[in-house]
Design a protein around this ligand. Structure first.
Ligand code: AMP
Ligand code: MG
Length: 489
């Protein structure tokens, strides 16, 4: 493990022509202090966690001091926001310090989010508030704990520096780490400007770095698109299965590697509601929970179009055709696993959908209902009262449990074994809005970051029963009804 001065930077994105980015230094943040450090992520960049003890640690992760070897820059990109093309976005408040090549040979981008204004800031102040930084930090690690591809977070640094959103808040910087920050919009910007050579250069760069087996293929660009289609379809299936809503699925927030990317007004669904909208700034529900799979495809169509200078139209269309089947297959498999079925197929869709419909009518908590389903007793005549009582229509539940029982008979193993399997896919703990809000309130009011650390630890292990933490699995308290989450961050 290394000291801060010894991190092994190898900045490949900075080697691309200047048009790909703007070189700049982060804007200093007054009197930064460490809010939380994620010891689980430190080994990814070979960083010795003991370095957090240094008095100057927060100076580096606020951007006040630069790590030796970094070459800070803001990345250029464009994107479709809520269905409309915006020709120039780019990192308006994030600074990519560089890429660390770790001892295993993996590359990790180190990005400071909230590091001040850049040439792409438009009217923004370049900052991120503590509230949204805590949410991103916790949620990205929660997603990782759930086994869902995502960017990671290393630490949060705070400051008393004031920034203004709906009210005055304080600024923070979250250090995001990811194999790449290239997004669909990174390609769109060159397509819409007609800069086909730059487009091909970016595609070559991404393929060489992230999809090396494709490098020498004659059809490398279309196979690259195939790969992004598959990864995105898989990611959408995983979001749906866990009840995660991203909130702002603009193409600039879509990772080329199929990672969950850019956490803003996200939400985990609590009572099951397919039309769930987590983002207060999206009243029309363009990015509602049940829209996500088709928005994934819509976004891929934007990427495919952007790649048409290097891919034949029919190949682009063929790649997109794979999305629906890939999504459906993966979703059914995941939902089957949630029901304890080793191999679910299309025939199980009725079983799954009927359960979901009953959950909807009964406003059942999505996470807790599935976790509780692990206790289903498949003995004939067994009423499963604890579960049954969670449904309004008990007769419907009885009918459903008969079909479930029949289906389980075709599975191997006992109820006990099934519960063990189910507990590995049905989390006990998710980042409920009220949990995040409690941690935020403590952090904002008394510089008390203990709750952030506690949640981080809890959510990194969401499938285990954690003694003493049962309250964290409870449905939201009354006051949580008033929490609104919007694009303001
Ligand atoms: P987001 O919705 O967070 O993905 O951001 C969309 C675009 O707005 C990106 O180009 C961001 O860099 C930019 N942006 C968001 N907030 C700010 C801010 N406070 N200052 C400058 N740019 C911002
Ligand atoms: Mg974004």
């Amino acid at each position: 493990m290394r000291k801060l001065e010894q991190l092994g930077f190898d900045n490949t994105f900075a080697r691309l022509p200047d048009i790909f980015h703007s070189r700049l230094h982060p804007t200093p943040l007054p009197d930064p202090y460490l809010v939380s450090f994620n010891t689980n992520a430190a080994p990814l960049i070979d960083l010795d966690s003991a370095e957090t003890q240094r008095a100057d640690f927060a100076e580096y992760f606020s951007g006040n001091r630069l790590l030796p070897g970094c070459e800070p820059l803001a990345m250029l990109y464009a994107g479709h926001q809520f269905g409309h093309y915006v020709p120039q976005l780019g990192d308006g408040r994030a600074v990519l310090l560089g890429e660390i090549k770790n001892s295993a040979g993996e590359y990790w981008d180190i990005q400071l989010k909230g590091a001040g204004r850049t040439p792409y800031s438009r009217n923004g102040d370049g900052r991120a508030v503590l509230r949204s930084s805590i949410r991103e930090y916790l949620c990205s690690e929660a997603m990782h704990g759930l086994g869902i591809p995502t960017t990671r977070a290393l630490c949060i640094v705070g400051s008393d520096h004031r920034v203004y959103r709906e009210t005055a808040e304080t600024a923070a910087v979250v250090t995001r780490i990811a194999p790449s920050h290239v997004r669909f919009g990174s390609f769109e910007v060159f397509f819409y400007r007609g800069q086909n050579q730059l487009l091909a250069m970016l595609a070559d760069y991404v393929i060489a770095k992230h999809f090396p087996p494709l490098m020498d293929a004659p059809d490398k660009y279309s196979r690259f698109l195939d790969e992004v289609v598959t990864r995105t379809a898989t990611l959408m299936a995983r979001w749906q299965a866990v009840g995660f809503s991203h909130g702002v699925m603009n193409t600039d927030n879509m990772s080329i590697l199929g990672l969950t990317f850019d956490y803003g007004p996200f939400g985990f669904m609590e009572n099951y509601d397919p039309g769930y909208i987590c983002n207060h700034s999206d009243p029309a529900g363009r990015y509602a929970y049940n829209q996500q799979p088709q928005i994934g495809l819509w976004n891929l169509a934007c990427l495919a179009q952007a790649l048409t200078p290097v891919i034949a139209m029919e190949d682009a269309e063929a790649a997109l055709q794979n999305y629906g089947p890939a999504y459906a297959k993966h979703y059914t498999e995941l939902m089957g696993q949630k029901l304890g079925l080793a191999h679910a197929s299309k025939e199980d869709d009725t079983l799954i959908n009927t359960l979901l419909e009953m959950m909807h009518t009964s406003q059942a908590d999505y996470t807790n209902l599935f976790r509780g389903l692990g206790n289903f007793n498949s003995a004939p005549g067994e009423k499963n009262t604890a579960l049954r009582d969670q449904f309004i229509d008990r007769t419907a539940f009885d009918a459903w449990s008969e079909s479930y029982r029949a289906r389980l008979q075709r599975e191997q193993g006992s109820d006990e074994e099934r519960k063990i399997r189910m507990d590995k896919v049905n989390p006990k703990y998710i980042l409920r809005n009220h949990l995040a809000q409690t941690a935020i309130n403590k952090a904002e009011q008394g510089r008390d970051f203990s709750e952030v650390d506690r949640l981080l630890k809890l959510l990194q292990d969401p499938f285990s029963e954690q003694p003493g933490m049962e309250d964290y699995a409870a449905t939201p308290p009354e006051w949580a009804r008033h929490i609104t989450v919007s694009c303001s961050s």
